[in-house]
Each structure stands twice: as C-alpha cells, then as structure tokens.
Ligand binder design. Structure first.
Ligand SMILES: Nc1ncnc2c1ncn2[C@@H]1O[C@H](COP(=O)(O)OP(=O)(O)OP(=O)(O)O)[C@@H](O)[C@H]1O
Length: 295
C-alpha cells in the first residue's frame, strides 16, 4: 500500500511544529524519517497513526484519504521503543492478539521466523529485551498489516541486538511486501534499513533521497557514521543478478554488507568463485555483472 503525506502542517497553539511536510512511500518500500531530538518526528508519527490531528494537509493510505480517521479506522500497526507485550499473557497469546485465526502451525512458523521457536508458552518477563522485540515483531506482522510504523524500535537494545533486529525486520517486511516507515534519530540505522531516507530538521523536510545519494550529497550523512563491520548472510529470495550483454551467467548472492549506505553483495559464480559487487552499478559493470534488487 502506497502512503502519501501531502503538505502537512501541525501547530500546537501558536507553536508551528511541522511545516509543509511531503513524504511519499511506495508500496512495499521502507522509508526512514530521521532527525535530531525536537525536530518533530514523534509528532509526525502521531499524525500518521491518527493519534493527533493535522492542522492542515492530507494523509492518504492507498486511495483512502485517512486525514480525519481515528487510529482504529486507519488500521496502522505500530512497533515502539519498548515492547508493549501484555505481561499477563504468554508469548503465544500476545502474538494471537493481532491474528486470532492463526492455526497452531502458523503460530509455530511465526515463532520460528523470529527465532523464538519453542518459546510460545514463555511468560513475557522470561524473555530478554531483544526477544521481547522479536515477539512484538511477530505480533505486528502476523496481523498481515499493509503499513507498519516503527518508532525507534531498536533504541533499548545493545548494538549486536539492534543489527540482528533490523536485519530481521527488513527480511520479514520484504517477504510480506509491507510498506514500512521507520522513525529514528540514528542516521546509521536509517541508512542501513531504508530504501529512501527523509531528513527532518526544525519541523521541515530538509533533504531526502536514497542512502547512496545522501551519503554523497548530504552534510548530515557525510561524516561520522560508523561502518558496519559484519556481513549479514542473506536469504537471496528477493535478489537476483542481472547478467550484462557480455555474459549470461547467473550468480547467487550469498551475503550483503551496507557501508555508508552503499550495499555490497558477495556473489558466487556457477564455477564456485566468489566476488564482491556493489549496488553502485558503475563500479562493477566492468566485471560483467549488474546486481539489482528485483521488485
Ligand atoms: N502536545 C504538544 N504541545 C505542545 N508542543 C508539543 C507537543 N508535542 C510536541 N510538542 C513540541 O513539538 C516539537 C517537536 O517534538 P517531537 O516530540 O515531535 O520531536 P522529536 O523529533 O520526536 O523529538 P525526540 O527525538 O526528542 O522525541 C518540540 O518542540 C515539542 O516541544
């Protein structure tokens, strides 16, 4: 489902908190909204979820104008900084809240997908912070949402758990084709997760673009971003290699690394040889390959 935010303004009394906000998220895309504290991220997220009313402007979900609809009527699924699992329900019961019709096999499959196999009967307090967020993710996605709003879902986790969770969120939302908006103050996180990043400062969108473009053009992204050192093994489900004219050999993508917003792929040729290509096509066209994400 495509999401469009058009010319949205928000005032609290005389305080103009958001000015002329335009954001569009293509169906199945992950967009990050990044900005420093006080820039208006939470306010925009609340407007999108229907927890707050716009002063002017329009919010559209697909063909539906949802600007004046209540949160329930909008049907947005949200995931927050801290898991909002119900403590008196076990993991399984929490997941079922979003999807009452789940069969035992489907439920087990969700537990498996988020790495909580066999933990369905565990109490919430028996799970670590990272496990609780993974259970929240299963609850959110089991409800088959069209649109998922992520409000700093990683900020209570340590660095390895953050990376784990964001890889998992990306993988599962891509598999399900869920349109996703991530709100974060963390530039690195935005660059690593999103297809397109919007930068919010003092209530205005001051820049937007793909991570690759922003890493080359935006002063906000140019400096000081930590390089991600780990290579994430990829399920190559949505990735294919596109051979150029010179060769019709197909390759298998085995790993993905994101550095400064540029995606690098380790690929394996039919002969077993491995080589590293980047999402910047010009770099490796000479190798005879173009690697693209298949939509
Ligand atoms: N209900 C409200 N009434 C008055 N001012 C508000 C209200 N909610 C937010 N604001 C103001 O709007 C501005 C943006 O706040 P917001 O919480 O949206 O920023 P943020 O980017 O999410 O910040 P943080 O990352 O610190 O949560 C701030 O100046 C804040 O004081």
């Amino acid at each position: 489902m495509e999401v469009t935010i058009q010319q949205v303004n928000k005032r609290f009394g005389t305080k103009h908190v958001l000015s002329d906000i335009d954001v569009s998220i293509a169906s199945g895309q992950c967009v990050a909204l990044v900005g420093p504290s006080g820039s208006g991220k939470t306010t925009l997220l609340r407007l999108i979820a229907g927890l707050e009313r716009v002063t002017s402007g329009m919010i559209q979900f697909g063909d539906r104008d949802v600007t004046v609809l209540s949160p329930n009527q909008r049907g947005v699924t949200m995931m927050f900084q801290r898991s909002l699992l119900f403590p008196h329900l076990n993991v399984e019961q929490n997941i079922r809240l979003g999807a009452k019709q789940l069969t035992p096999i489907e439920l087990e499959s969700w537990l498996h997908r988020v790495g909580l196999e066999g933990r369905g009967k565990s109490a919430v307090h028996e799970l670590s912070g990272g496990e609780q967020q993974r259970a929240s993710l299963a609850r959110a996605l089991a409800s088959q949402p069209d649109f998922l709003l992520l409000d700093e879902p990683f900020s209570s986790l340590d660095v390895p758990r953050r990376r784990e969770l964001r890889t998992l969120i990306r993988k599962l939302t891509e598999e399900q084709g869920v349109t996703t908006l991530l709100v974060t103050h963390d530039r690195e996180e935005a660059m690593a997760m999103a297809d397109v990043v919007y930068v919010l400062e003092h209530g205005r969108i001051v820049d937007h673009g793909t991570p690759i473009t922003l890493s080359q053009t935006s002063p906000f992204f140019g400096e000081g971003i930590q390089i991600e050192e780990t290579w994430h093994p990829l399920t190559a489900v949505n990735l294919v290699s596109r051979p150029t004219k010179e060769t019709d050999e197909r390759v298998t993508i085995t790993k993905e690394l994101i550095q400064y917003g540029v995606r690098f792929y380790e690929v394996e040729r039919a002969s077993g040889e491995r080589l590293v290509l980047s999402s910047d096509e010009t770099i490796h066209e000479k190798e005879g390959y173009i690697v693209r994400k298949e939509g």
